[in-house]
Design a binder for this molecule. Structure first.
Ligand SMILES: [Zn+2]
Length: 206
């Protein structure tokens, strides 16, 4: 029992530190705030995921928009991180995720512009035999399996308005090429056309 007061004090100071950092970040362009839910079936560590799957996307988005990208990794949000995402009908898991996400967001609100805030569920397996991820154009949430290093970037691309039609397959495939060919190189970036679409939409935000 004696340990409770010091623990509380630590918790309070962490919260203060976070809110100060947030207001400092908002002095300029607001960052893209991405909540990454890591499904319980994922074996990779958060550090591995951040380095191999997310950092190249953050760099691409910073180049396009001038904004920082913050990732909040969440490994225990039961309704989300344990949900059954496998389905032949893609609308079923993405709608279920959206419902749970809105509840989570209501319980854990964050400061900032809502368009810049998205949620992504990372999974070990594909959604079905054909599909490695799903998201609506300009949607709030998406699902991406870790089968390919570019899947999370692809689904986040949809959430910020990038399209398959604007993708470019050259000596390497840009993020939004709809079918990942594992024999081809990945560019780890968007096509110029998708960069324009993403950039124009983000220019209007705070
Ligand atoms: Zn797609």
């Amino acid at each position: 029992m004696k340990r409770i007061p010091p623990l509380r004090y630590i918790a309070t100071s962490i919260l203060v530190g976070l809110s100060l950092a947030a207001s400092q970040a908002f002095a300029g362009l607001q960052p893209l705030q991405i909540r990454i839910f890591v499904h319980q079936d994922v074996k990779e560590s958060v550090e591995y995921i951040d380095y191999n799957y997310m950092s190249h996307w953050a760099k691409a988005m910073k180049n396009i928009s001038g904004r920082d990208v913050t990732f909040e990794y969440i490994t225990e949000a039961n309704a989300i991180t344990t949900m059954n995402y496998k389905n032949d009908n893609l609308e079923v898991p993405v709608e279920e995720l959206k419902t749970h996400y809105l509840q989570y967001d209501f319980a854990h609100p964050v400061e900032g512009d809502e368009f810049l805030q998205k949620g992504l569920l990372l999974t070990r397996y594909s959604i079905n035999d054909d599909v490695g991820g799903v998201a609506y154009d300009y949607g709030k949430v998406g699902i991406a399996s870790l089968v390919s290093y570019s899947f999370p970037a692809h689904e986040l691309g949809h959430l910020f308005g990038a399209t398959h039609e604007n993708s470019k397959a050259g000596w390497c495939d840009t993020y939004m090429v709809p079918r990942r060919n594992s024999f081809k190189a990945q560019c780890y970036g968007f096509s110029e056309a998708n960069e324009r679409v993403i950039g124009e939409r983000l220019d209007n935000r705070p």
